[in-house]
Design a protein around this ligand. Structure first.
Ligand code: CMP
Length: 139
C-alpha cells in the first residue's frame, strides 16, 4: 500500500513542471512529503485571516484567489498558500477551488526541512511569494 501510494503521488508530482524540472533525485525526496487531496468545485481551501501551516500545488483543476481589485485564477502547475508559511503571517486571501481539483499538500515543517536540502526548489517558491506580496502591496 505504501508503495502504491508512493507511485501514485509520483505520477501526480511529475505532471507539475515545477517538480519535473528538478530531476529524479529531488522528486524522490519531495514525493514522500506530499499528500494528494481531491476537492470538489466550490471548496474553500483556505480563508483570509486564518493561520496557515500548509501549501498546495495544483495538479489538475483550478483555484481562484480572492484578492482586490480582481481575483486571480490559478491552474495546473501553480501553487498557493506559500505566503503564510514563508512570511509567518495569516492567510492573505481566501482561495476557492473553482473546478474539481487534485491538489498536492505540503506542510510547513517539511517546507522548512526542504529549504536546507533543496534550496533551488524552495527559492523558486520564495521568489514567486515575494512577487505576489509586492503586487498586493502595490494595490
Ligand atoms: P497565503 O497568504 O498563505 O494564503 C493565501 C494565498 O493566496 C497566498 O498564500 C498566495 O499563495 C495566494 N495569493 C495571494 N496573493 C496572490 C496574488 N497576487 N497572486 C496569486 N496568488 C496570490
Amino acid at each position: 500500500l505504501q508503495r502504491r501510494h508512493f507511485l501514485r503521488t509520483w505520477e501526480l508530482v511529475i505532471s507539475v513542471p515545477l517538480f519535473r524540472d528538478l530531476g529524479a533525485a529531488a522528486v524522490a525526496d519531495i514525493v514522500r512529503l506530499l499528500q494528494s487531496r481531491d476537492v470538489e468545485a466550490g471548496t474553500v481551501v483556505m480563508r483570509k485571516g486564518d493561520p496557515g501551516d500548509t501549501m498546495y500545488f495544483i495538479v489538475s483543476g483550478e483555484a481562484t484567489v480572492h484578492i482586490a481589485p480582481k481575483p486571480v485564477v490559478l491552474g495546473p502547475g501553480s501553487f498557493f498558500g506559500e505566503m503564510s508559511l514563508l512570511f509567518g503571517g495569516p492567510r492573505t486571501a481566501t482561495v476557492v477551488a473553482t473546478k474539481p481539483s487534485v491538489l498536492l499538500v505540503l506542510d510547513i515543517a517539511d517546507l522548512h526541512d526542504l529549504a536546507g536540502r533543496r534550496p533551488e526548489f524552495v527559492n523558486l517558491i520564495e521568489t514567486e511569494a515575494r512577487l505576489r506580496r509586492d503586487r498586493n502591496d502595490g494595490t
